[in-house]
Design a protein around this ligand. Structure first.
Ligand SMILES: [Zn+2]
Length: 209
């Protein structure tokens, strides 16, 4: 009888030893899942707030960045699919980007869905000929910045869902990176660009100069 109980206890301990590490490993790896789908290279310093980002990686409009490139600028853009009855069509917008070999890191749909088009560690061609307040010009602007596109026409304003998504995304970025400038495309290329149009900066806490 005692031998039987001992045997059962032994089996129990053996099972516990076998199962427990697997169980703890599962919990550990689950906590490492990057729920926002963000680049692991830049996360982990602080805990970013939850932001839902879906990947829609492009094979144009960007180049591989230097590892740990310094990002301290965020440029906000607006875009729409021109000459069509469906100006909010994302694939149409992306086709236009492809035609000029340009892209941004993120694009925000009218319903607030955020797509990541280019990994943050990579350099997206979104600023064009432009100048930052500190005098940084040209390609160097792309090198140190992230670009965020919002889909709406020049006759519209961003939706509340778009603004809320943008706020979440900016909060997330600011938790991970030390951002010096948050500006519109028209601030850095005033002679060429007017986007983001009809944009109420007070809704996202103003520009950062
Ligand atoms: Zn723009």
């Amino acid at each position: 009888m005692f031998i039987k109980i001992k045997f059962i206890i032994l089996i129990f301990i053996a099972l516990w030893i076998t199962i427990f590490p697997i169980h703890s490993q599962i919990i550990k790896s689950d906590s490492l899942i990057d729920k926002g789908g963000k680049d692991t290279i830049q996360t982990g310093v602080k805990t970013p707030p939850y932001v839902d980002v879906a990947d829609l990686r492009l094979n144009f409009g960007s180049k591989v960045g230097k590892s740990f490139r310094k990002i301290d600028v965020v440029i906000i853009h607006a875009t729409f699919y021109k000459n069509t009855e469906n100006p909010h069509h994302i694939l149409g917008c992306l086709r236009q980007f492809a035609a000029y070999n340009v892209a941004a890191h993120y694009i925000i749909m009218r319903d607030g869905t955020i797509f990541r088009l280019v990994a943050e560690r990579d350099v997206a061609f979104h600023a064009g000929i432009s100048t930052l307040p500190d005098g940084t010009e040209g390609a160097a602007v792309n090198e140190r910045s992230l670009g965020i596109e919002l889909i709406y026409t020049d006759r519209e304003t961003p939706t509340t869902a778009q603004i809320n998504a943008l706020i979440l995304l900016l909060n997330d970025i600011r938790c991970r990176l030390s951002i010096r400038y948050i500006l519109g495309h028209s601030d850095i290329a005033p002679l060429r660009r007017s986007d983001p149009w009809n944009f109420d900066w007070s809704k996202i806490g103003g520009k950062k100069w």
